[in-house]
Design a protein around this ligand. Structure first.
Ligand SMILES: Nc1nc2c(ncn2[C@@H]2O[C@H](COP(=O)(O)OP(=O)(O)OP(=O)(O)O)[C@@H](O)[C@H]2O)c(=O)[nH]1
Ligand SMILES: [Mg+2]
Length: 333
């Protein structure tokens, strides 16, 4: 299962074998899926159950379609995405002569699946010397936690990982990353609190080279994204990375918190404009009943959703697989 959902291409047989324990740790294919189902429980109970109860015993007419639209918007699917999905559902219902309102749920599932399917992509962690991933996002979205989980997964896939403690701004940020490095079995390079994060990333790249590490993941500070100096600091980090490693950063990964709903979409626009985001990690999907935000993030931003966070534990980060996601979301519970 994980082989298909890999974070990046495997180099050789040895790293193929190294990924095998992951299936063991998650208990194989079934529990991998059931953990995702469990992580989406709030959304299924909120959003999907609401769709089903609106449909129950109803006649297909404009009023019903309007009610469905309202449920989708309430689940943070956003107005443009909801409108598009409902147009598609309306067309399919008429083409296929659907008579039972309850059958509409399958059309919604199909349409959501089609909207998501082209915008997933594996994380690019191959071919760098080393590969460098910059992790960005406003405060509290889950950057440091995501870095810890990602390092653990990459280690499980046979990669040697260095974490760069680039959040020199918040008190205790370095210590928090150290705890994750320890859990994940990754090295960490840190500077002093209040120091220049670009110097930390520079040192991390040199250390990765001398220690023969495959991937450097840089933590960054999470002040408000509207603060100009944070953006300037991040741009400087990106320039240093690009100067030191050809083709880097391999990923500019923006972390968004699913519980912030539509606000996440506007954060992404600001970061993308300033820094050229290459992929999204959407955290805390387990904490929201409004998982419709996944659909609006994918369709409104035109940026690949690469990772999803479905809990606080070390193996609660998953590559985003649209087909599996839709199956888990609409699973009869
Ligand atoms: N339920 C849940 N909690 C999460 C998830 N990801 C992160 N968190 C929690 O979110 C909180 C903030 O996470 P951090 O990783 O510290 O966030 P950050 O973006 O690094 O925050 P700053 O460094 O302050 O900018 C922590 O309590 C995490 O445990 C997730 O997928 N699900
Ligand atoms: Mg942090």
């Amino acid at each position: 299962m994980f082989k298909k959902l890999r974070f990046g291409r495997k180099k050789d047989k040895k790293s193929e074998e190294a990924s095998a324990p992951l299936a063991g740790k998650t208990g194989g294919k079934d529990s991998f899926f059931s953990r995702l189902v469990q992580g989406l429980a709030k959304t299924r109970k909120g959003f999907i159950s609401n769709l089903r109860s609106v449909l129950r015993g109803r006649v297909i007419n404009d009023e019903l379609l309007g009610d469905l639209e309202e449920v989708m918007i309430t689940a943070d699917m956003g107005v443009p995405t909801t409108t598009r999905i409902m147009e598609d559902v309306r067309r399919k219902a008429s083409e296929r002569s659907i008579r039972e309102a309850e059958d509409i749920i399958d059309l919604i599932k199909e349409s959501i699946g089609e909207s998501l399917k082209d915008l997933a992509a594996p994380l690019n962690v191959e071919g760098g010397d080393p590969a460098v991933i910059m992790v960005l996002g406003v405060n509290g979205v889950g950057k440091t936690t995501t870095i810890g989980k990602l390092a653990y997964n990459l280690r499980d896939n046979g990669k040697k990982v260095i974490l760069a403690a680039g959040d020199t701004f918040r008190a205790a940020a370095i210590e928090q990353l150290e705890v994750w490095a320890d859990r994940a079995g990754a090295d960490i390079i840190k500077g002093r609190g209040g120091g220049d994060p670009s110097a930390v990333i520079y040192d991390s790249i040199q250390a990765a080279r001398s220690r023969n590490c495959d991937v450097v993941i840089a933590d960054t500070a999470g002040r408000l994204h509207t603060k100009v100096n944070l953006m300037e600091e991040l741009k400087k980090m990106k320039r240093v990375i690009n100067r030191e490693v050809k083709g880097a950063p391999h990923e500019v990964l923006l972390v968004l918190d699913a519980t912030t709903g539509q606000n996440a979409v506007s954060q992404a626009r600001v970061f993308h404009e300033a820094l050229g985001v290459t992929g999204i990690a959407l955290t805390k999907l387990d904490g929201t009943a409004k998982g419709g935000v996944v659909v609006s993030i994918v369709t409104e931003l035109d940026l690949p959703l690469k990772l999803i966070g479905i809990g606080e534990k070390i193996d609660d980060l998953r590559p985003f697989d649209p087909a599996l996601f839709v199956e888990a979301l609409f699973q009869d519970a």
